[in-house]
Structures are given as C-alpha cells and as structure tokens.
Design a protein around this ligand. Sequence first.
Ligand SMILES: [Mg+2]
Length: 266
Amino acid sequence: MDFKKLLDCELFLFDMDGTLYLGDEIYDGAIELMEDLPRLGKKYIYLTNNSSRAGEDYITRLKKLGFPCEAENVFTSGMATGLFLRRTRPEARVFLVGTAAFRRELLSYGVNLVEENADTVVVGFDTELVYEKLDKACHFLRRGAAFIAANPDWVCPMPADEVLPDCGSICALLTASSGVEPFYIGKPNRAMVDEVSAMTGIDNSRICAVGDRLYTDIAVAQNAGAVSVLVMSGETDETILAAAERKPDYVLPSVKELHQALVNVE
Ligand SMILES: [Mg+2]
C-alpha cells in the first residue's frame, strides 16, 4: 500500500467508539498510537458527534481510560456549533434545545442564548429534554427562525444493542411540527473538518479522519477533501465496504496497523 497521502497528513482526527475502544474495552495498540503521535510529528484530535457532553467531559473520560488528552485534543459537534455560530451569525438570538453542558459550551463561545424572540433555534442531543423546549422551538421555527442542529445521528448506540433517541430524532419531531428542515453541523457535514481547519490553520488536504463508520467518519473526510482511514474494528464489515460507492483512501484492520504504517517509514 502506498502510504504517501497518509504520511503527508499533519493532523489526525479520531473517532472513538469502534475505533479506539468499545465501551470500556480499549483496543490493542490504541493508547500506544496516541502516545507516539507527537514523536512522529503528528497532531491529533478526538472527534465526536455527541453534543450532550462538553469537551471537558471527554478529557476526563479519555484520561480515565489511559489515553493522553488535553483541552486542544478534543472537538465535539457542540464545539463546532459554537464556532459556526460565532463565525457566521455573531448577532443571532439563539433558543437552545440541549443539555446544560451544551449550554455552557455555547456560552463559552459568546453565543447569545435567549428564551424570547429567538431568530435561531439550535438543537443538540438533549438527554434533558422536556416538552416546553419543543413547544418553544416549534413556535420560533414557525415564525422564520433558522434551524441549526449539532449532529444528524438518529440514535446513540449503547451497550447490549440498546440505543438512545439522538439529535436527528428530536429534529425530526420539530420538522414534522414546523415544516422546517435543520442544517446539520456534525459528521458527515464538512463543517466539522472546516472548523478544525480554521482553528488549527492546517489545510483540509493535510487532515486525516480515522473511523469505523463509512457514512459519518469517512464521509466527513470525503466531503471536506481530507484523507480517510477506515478501520475494520467497529461497525463496518467486508460486505458493507464492498457495497460502498465511494471507498476510503485506506482500509486497515485496526489503529494498530495505522501505527505501524506511520512508524515504518521513519
Ligand atoms: Mg465509531
């Protein structure tokens, strides 16, 4: 395999579940790879579509699992939404359907959160959802408010084959009641890579996304003109891969082989 495109990348974006670990089971070689990246001259960011938790929650979780992680190494769809709002709609009056953690995150980007006369409705993976928020969001959307959603996922996978209704499902309810479709920020929307690129000053073509899902982790790279590595340690099997119209740049069994590819050219 010709790894030139991969080796030219300066920044690696890592999906977590199914890529570095599954639940509390850490994949072989995952921590070693993350610890070795700085020595190999590579930057890294843990990238997640989960907008129910703040970046700091991920730092705590990753450190507890044994992964190296500082503030600059985490990027969530909630953070992308905050940056997007600050850059494109700095004057927006935003009504939020989201958790207290997402609220804190948006406030840290200077987003103007309001309860009345909103011109923008922002929706996240709201695990603290109550009916009043849906009622208000529907009211603002029917009066012309912009509809921005942190992540398109219908469900959030849980252990034992369970799922939780995610941001996409909450948005479907609001679309049904208001007739307005949301603009989604998270993977596979290229906004997720574009915001990282704007933040780090690294061009999309030198960014590599690593993940186990074709329609989010790989699609976001392809949509943004970034490099993609599919690992077969999670959701995708050979049958799913064979059926894919657009193939990833690289397909590897796991992040352990990614580590080997990066080390072997030294
Ligand atoms: Mg995954």
